[in-house]
Design a protein around this ligand. Structure first.
Ligand SMILES: Cc1cc2nc3c(=O)[nH]c(=O)nc-3n(C[C@H](O)[C@H](O)[C@H](O)COP(=O)(O)OP(=O)(O)OC[C@H]3O[C@@H](n4cnc5c(N)ncnc54)[C@H](O)[C@@H]3O)c2cc1C
Length: 391
């Protein structure tokens, strides 16, 4: 490896790979440093998520304007990308269901938010219509959200990686960035290979796409960086729809009405434990199988390096969905997966901006959900920041 490069991307998850592909069409000399042994090999967020293509109805303009904008744009970009590059994705649509009068009123908040965020096609439908669309789902009303869907996240990440590699991006796997310092007009990275050997490389730009460790990287460069992550573990179970007729799901994402919680940034509604249909396999064009995942249930973690933990019992999941999916039994559920989300401590939005003291160090912080949906729009935002700082 030459010891002077143009752009270093730290982190080869779906966002790092999307940024690499976007920038590769405009710049040479791009390197991605990933501490996992391979792209898509490891326990990062990109390999442990629910695979939902969000529509953008959750994010209010006051506390999460960037998520609102980048999710709605990213949703569009992602369907188009998956179609062109043969990544399994399906616009399944989604139902956000209400099971009582209070929840029915909350749906109206989201209907209005869909309008504000310009999410196309969202409408409120009756319980009878819900029954027609998904006979095993019980609801008095629902929001029908046609642009929500599902994508196969590992294939997506891998496709972005192969496209970027084809454009000349070098992926350095099993390579951890352990130091970042300014040096003249450049930035000096210290990298550690798997065998413990260290090397140094000078670069014009660093993009911090380190997922749940992005705040550590931000502070490695600038000890005064104010951002801190408070990662949460998202656990999920699954069941097989072919097991009993009452478990069949025709293929929509089924979400509860968000529940109100109080957070450090005020009152907030959680997305809630939901049902997501899974693909039959990873072939293209894609088709749905009969597996349905349930989750994620979010659990605070004290030690982000200790990613594993005692799995949450199945009955917690069945209780969460029983109000709208009444025939589920604990014994139907099989543990599926757990993944840490890069949630920011005091800010519910994405942060995508240059370090306060150095325009050549660009932070991507708090890239939790809907980061998978928004990976391509996040990548375009990063390119805009680089273009603007070069003007
Ligand atoms: C349980 C769960 C469910 C989710 N569901 C959805 C969903 O349905 N829809 C949706 O849109 N989003 C969802 N998300 C969010 C989505 O998965 C993430 O926003 C997205 O994967 C973030 O990608 P990333 O590349 O930023 O981070 P990651 O995938 O976490 O990648 C970061 C990479 O940086 C590497 N790294 C860190 N530090 C260093 C270093 N010092 N040197 C080298 N490499 C380093 C790590 O090894 C890692 O591979 C979910 C997330 C979770 C955990």
């Amino acid at each position: 490896m030459s010891n002077e490069i143009s752009i270093a991307i730290v982190g080869g998850g779906v966002v790092g790979c999307a940024v690499a592909w976007e920038l590769s069409r405009h710049y040479d000399g791009i390197f991605v440093f990933e501490k996992n042994p391979g792209i898509t090999q490891g326990e990062n967020q990109s390999s442990r998520n629910s695979g939902v293509i969000h529509s953008g109805i959750y994010y209010d303009q006051k506390t999460r304007p960037l998520k609102a904008e980048l999710c709605v744009k990213g949703n569009r970009f992602l369907y188009d990308f998956c179609d062109r590059h043969e990544v399994p994705a399906l616009k399944t649509g989604k139902l956000m269901v209400a099971t009582n009068g209070y929840e029915d009123n909350v749906l109206d908040i989201y209907l209005e938010r869909a309008r504000q965020n310009r999410v196309p096609g969202v409408k409120k439908i009756s319980g009878a219509k819900v029954k027609k669309l998904e006979p095993n789902v019980k609801a008095i009303s629902a929001l029908f959200v046609p642009t929500a869907g599902i994508v196969e996240p590992t294939t997506l990440t891998y496709r972005l990686y192969t496209l970027a590699s084809g454009e000349g991006v070098q992926f350095m796997t099993a390579t951890e960035v352990t130091g970042i310092e300014p040096e003249d007009d450049l930035l000096r990275l210290t990298i550690r290979y798997r065998d413990g050997h260290e090397d140094q490389v000078r670069t014009g730009v660093v993009i911090n796409s380190g997922g749940v460790d992005a705040d550590l990287l931000a502070r490695l460069f600038n000890p005064d960086s104010p951002f801190e992550l408070d990662p949460v573990r998202g656990e999920s179970y699954k069941f097989y729809g072919h097991k009993r007729p009452e478990l069949e799901v025709r293929g929509m994402n089924i979400y509860p009405t968000p529940q109100s919680v109080v957070t450090p940034y005020g009152q907030h509604f959680t997305v809630g434990v939901h049902l997501t249909p899974a693909f039959e396999d990873i072939s293209f064009p894609p088709s749905l199988g009969t597996t349905v995942t349930i989750g994620p249930k979010l659990i605070p973690v004290e030690d982000r390096q200790a990613r594993a933990g005692k799995p949450v019992e199945a009955n917690v999941f069945s209780e969460k969905i029983r109000s709208f999916f009444p025939d589920i039994k604990d014994e139907d559920l099989i543990w599926h997966q757990a993944g840490l989300q890069a949630r920011l401590k005091d800010n519910p939005d994405f942060i995508i901006e240059a370090d306060a003291d150095n325009p050549h160090f660009i932070n991507l912080l708090g890239i939790d959900s809907p980061g998978l949906t928004a990976c391509l729009s996040i990548a375009r935002r990063v390119k805009e920041i680089i273009v603007t700082s070069n003007e």
